[in-house]
Design a protein. Structure first.
Length: 288
């Protein structure tokens, strides 16, 4: 008769638990076919950036760094939010909606040892995925621009001036992923979260800013709203000149400087993400 040696249980530190939770979320995300389909679509659209830049080339066959930076960020001026948001929206809302709406919450919490750890892992993985996708998209888009400009005999822009806008774009998309999962945690509905995140930046915030302008002492309050600050974070209006600057300023809808706008947008993201944590940890989930 053989004896089996018993292994003494080993205490798992909070850092180890968080690392395991992040691996759990990463494996779940990469196991979905939809993730790779969306990333393939993003890559394909990023390759078309060079064509859009050619449309803005002037008669002297030059393209400004500001135009290229805006194109790399998928024209946030024209859409109020970058087009990449609509793809990250699917990736960002999925992890929380799977837990709270599809009824997998209990399995997740048992696997990662707690709600707070689970939410923190979703935030970490979501931010890195959002920022990573944006960084790769910006790189592919910049390479596409360089190739197309060279092929058509146009002068290359000052690529060093594209680095800072691209870095802000990556940070913006990381924050957007956090806003996506926080919205689902707060609203307990993926559909409502998607509608809010699409309509509020495009219409709701503009209307709210206009209404705030009629209140005494709140004339400049619209500059500090989340996505007004986000647009100012993405688009450095001072990089434009003449009429282009006035047009860009009107579309951005905020007079905040780029550093202040970045700080404001990050603070808004932190507050909303913290509210999502409270909701995720305190409210009941849908049982299967």
């Amino acid at each position: 008769m053989t004896s089996t040696a018993m292994t003494a249980p080993r205490a798992v530190t909070p850092l180890d638990a968080f690392g395991r939770a992040c691996r759990y979320e990463w494996r779940h995300l990469t196991a979905l076919r939809s993730t790779w389909i969306l990333l393939a679509v993003v890559a394909a659209l990023s390759l078309l950036t060079g064509i859009t830049v050619l449309l803005d080339a002037d008669k002297q066959q030059t393209v400004s760094s500001a135009v290229v930076a805006d194109a790399v960020a998928w024209t946030p001026l024209a859409t109020q939010i970058p087009a990449l948001c609509f793809f990250v929206l699917v990736l960002g809302t999925g992890p929380v909606s799977t837990d709270l709406i599809a009824g997998a919450a209990r399995t997740t919490w048992l696997a990662v040892n707690g709600r707070t750890t689970a939410y923190g892992a979703k935030c970490a993985v979501g931010f890195l995925v959002g920022a990573g996708v944006a960084a790769i998209s910006a790189l592919v888009g910049a390479l596409s621009c360089a190739v197309m400009l060279s092929a058509m005999g146009h002068r290359q822009p000052a690529w060093g001036e594209i680095l800072a806008p691209s870095a802000r774009f990556a940070g913006w998309m990381g924050c957007w992923a956090l806003l996506c999962l926080a919205a689902v945690a707060l609203l307990r509905s993926r559909i409502l979260a998607v509608l809010l995140l699409v309509l509020w930046p495009l219409l709701g915030e503009r209307m709210a800013g206009a209404l705030l302008g009629y209140l005494p002492g709140l004339n400049g309050a619209s500059d500090w709203l989340p996505f007004a600050a986000g647009r100012a974070m993405l688009t450095d209006v001072t990089a434009y000149s003449g009429e282009d600057q006035s047009f860009a300023q009107a579309l951005v809808g905020s007079d905040l400087s780029t550093p202040i706008a970045t700080t404001v947008f990050v603070l808004w993201t932190s507050v909303i993400t913290a509210a999502g944590l409270w909701s995720y940890c305190r409210r009941d989930f849908k049982a299967t």
